[in-house]
Design a protein around this ligand. Structure first.
Ligand code: NAD
Length: 255
């Protein structure tokens, strides 16, 4: 049976996608492979990561273990990629977690962990990639932020981490622009993934009701934009935050 990757014979280069074992990251890795990249699925979840790589494409995707919040783990990932694959052309920082609670009930550990994974992890990955891409004179970095960077109750830790990702994206875009490297952030709204499937039904309904579209997005909605920003078609969009959220970032609907 012919599969949808059969027309692609030449690899466009290596793309690392963090947190790609499931959800939005999985769709991004799948889209990048479809666009001709070799995708490295860098995730903490080995079982899901290996399964994801095999289901995307056994020869055009592979799983490598990585905890993005650990400097050693990030360095080991880049060393393994340098040893076995062509230089990284695309980095998508997608790994992210939530630990929601109103601030007066939130443990310090829940603040620290969210910042460590979402912000420190993105920064550690960007630093390694920047060193490689600067030398190569080419690169595409896409950081997955969230509409919540604008502020969400119950998410003081998460909103701060994603606002940090936006600041990091803008500063790094300036540092790397003259090396042929673009750095952008994509800010998803409510997307149907294992992360949001864990929310209690009444919370999901409330969130859906607050959506101008009254609908959730699909991981593919994010993947298509990320793939464009990660491609050679884009060279002039850099340092931007693009919301993919069914209009939620515009403001309250009143309907
Ligand atoms: P998910 O929970 O479905 O998947 C996240 C993946 O990241 C998992 O495979 C997990 O194993 C991996 N991961 C977690 N911690 C990690 C670490 N320290 N190192 C490496 N991998 C790690 O999440 P999702 O809904 O697909 O979200 C993906 C990204 O999109 C996150 O950054 C999230 O904040 C962002 N986002 C999601 C939504 C949404 O509605 N789903 C909305 C806005 C932003």
């Amino acid at each position: 049976m012919k599969n949808r990757f059969d027309n692609q014979h030449k690899s466009s280069g290596t793309a690392i996608v963090t947190g790609a074992a499931k959800g939005i990251g999985f769709s991004i890795a799948q889209q990048l492979v479809e666009d001709g990249f070799f995708a490295i699925i860098a995730d903490m979840d080995q079982t899901a990561g290996q399964k994801a790589a095999a289901s995307i494409h056994p020869e055009r995707a592979c799983y490598l273990p990585c905890d993005v919040s650990s400097e050693d783990s990030v360095k080991q990932l880049f060393a393994a990629v340098a040893e076995k694959y062509s230089p990284v052309k695309v980095l998508v920082n997608n790994a992210g977690i939530i630990r929601d609670r109103v601030i007066w009930k939130m443990e310090t550990a829940d603040f620290d962990r969210v910042i460590q994974v979402n912000l420190r992890g993105t920064w550690l990955m960007c630093r390694e990639a920047a060193r490689i891409m600067k030398e190569a004179g080419y690169g595409r970095i896409v950081n997955i932020a969230s509409r919540a960077w604008l502020g969400n109750p119950g998410q003081t830790n998460y909103s701060a981490s994603k606002a940090g990702v936006v600041g990091l994206t803008r500063a790094l875009a300036l540092e790397l622009a003259h090396f042929g490297v673009t750095v952008n952030a994509v800010a998803p709204g409510l997307i149907d993934t294992p992360l949001t499937q864990k929310l209690p039904e009444e919370v999901r309904q409330k969130l859906l009701n607050a959506q101008p579209t009254k609908s959730m997005g699909e991981p593919e909605d994010i993947a298509r934009l990320v793939a464009f920003l990660a491609s050679e078609k884009n060279h002039f969009i850099t340092g931007q935050v693009l919301h993919v959220d069914g209009g939620k970032s515009i403001g309250a609907t009143g309907f």
